[in-house]
Design a protein around this ligand. Structure first.
Ligand code: PLP
Length: 349
């Protein structure tokens, strides 16, 4: 027996969404973007590699200064309020390392992103979950929540509802510890919580390049937080966490906001078309502020429809959790992909 820490030996580990390596699948299970990233991304990566890859001999800028400067300017903050990361998952991980000791408590909304729980288990932190009410409020949230961190996924995954800033501000006041607003999908809706970072000492906003920026394969994220929090996260991270290609890709993606706007607009239009198509088939669809919809077939049997789609090589996300097993989370692809999905659902019945 290896002398593993007890909680590592006992924990199950996170199971990410299925990533088939062979082609032929219509992949609507991990909220990837159907469109390519901004044209400047590939161009800047090729330029960075050059003919012979000579630039790769040297370490990248450990402080990601250029990307932080661009992001800070875009969001209207001083660069000391911004940190970049190897996917927003790295930030969620390091926030727990920075704020929650073994035995201390973190919390999140269930259903949302259960990876918070896995990250907390690694640390040996305690995990508490809060439900959602029918009108999408956090159920039974204490007047003063004294856990070290509370993760609020907004827009929520997998349901797609978003929380307004007045409500998030109220939660921030009720949190004695940090409130982390995980805005992985925020570009697909019309509000965001960045101004709350300025107004509330305990609010951190995390973002990812994996969804709206079409860069899941590059592993890029960022957070906006007080300089003291950014400094703490800088101490914890691997010093060269972002490679040279990721750095130039992030800069190019952030610098083409017009491309982002167009891509997001297409996806939101497809989402609305697809949602009405589902409703016509008798599905119950939660109104979505993200690049997926959560939808339940008339018989409330998510697994049956998942299996039938799987046989047709259409991959969506099914959760066996009793709160979610009545439906499916379906990522929004192109119009043609969603029409093919609707046609398959009609056949399946
Ligand atoms: C996709 C996702 C992430 C992870 O983003 P990465 O940048 O790819 O690590 C974080 N939170 C939520 C809610 C997500 O859906």
């Amino acid at each position: 027996m290896l002398p593993l820490r007890k909680n590592i030996a006992e924990m199950a580990g996170y199971i990410p969404g299925f990533q088939p390596q062979e082609s032929g699948w219509l992949k609507l299970n991990t909220n990837e973007n159907p469109y390519p990233p901004a044209p400047g991304v590939a161009a800047s990566i090729l330029a960075e590699v050059g003919q012979d890859g000579a630039s790769l001999r040297k370490y990248p800028d450990a402080a990601s200064r250029e990307v932080r400067r661009i992001a800070a300017e875009l969001y209207g903050f001083d660069p000391s309020w911004v940190i970049t990361a190897n996917g927003s998952d790295e930030l969620l991980n390091n926030l727990i390392r920075a704020f929650a000791d073994a035995g201390e408590e973190i919390a999140y909304v269930h259903p949302s992103y259960s990876y918070y729980a896995t990250l907390a288990e690694i640390q040996g932190a305690k995990v508490r979950t809060f439900g959602l009410t029918d009108d999408f409020r956090v159920a039974d949230f204490p007047e003063k929540y004294d856990g070290k961190l509370f993760f609020l996924t907004s827009p929520n995954a997998p349901l797609g509802c978003a929380f307004d800033n007045a409500y998030i501000a109220e939660l921030a006041r009720r949190c004695a510890g940090m409130l982390v607003v995980d805005e992985a999908y925020v570009d697909f809706t019309d509000t965001n919580a960045l101004e709350l970072v300025r107004e509330h000492e305990n609010v951190v906003v995390t973002r990812t390049f994996s969804k709206s920026y079409s860069l899941a394969g590059m592993r890029l994220g960022l957070a906006v937080a007080r300089p003291e929090a950014v400094a703490a996260l800088d101490k914890i991270r691997d010093h060269y966490h972002l490679d040279r290609l990721a750095l130039v890709a992030a800069a190019a993606a952030l610098q083409d906001q017009e491309y982002l706007r167009q891509t997001v607009q297409k996806i939101c239009a497809t989402r609305e078309r697809f949602s009405s198509g589902l409703a016509q088939l008798g599905y119950r669809v939660t109104p979505s502020h993200a690049n997926y919809v959560f939808a339940s077939p008339p018989d409330g049997n998510g697994k049956r429809v998942y299996d039938s789609l799987f046989k047709r090589k259409i991959l969506v996300r099914y959760f066996s959790d009793p709160l979610l097993s009545h439906g499916l989370r379906i990522s929004i692809g192109t119009d043609a992909e969603m029409d093919a999905t609707l046609a398959a659902l009609k056949e399946i019945g």
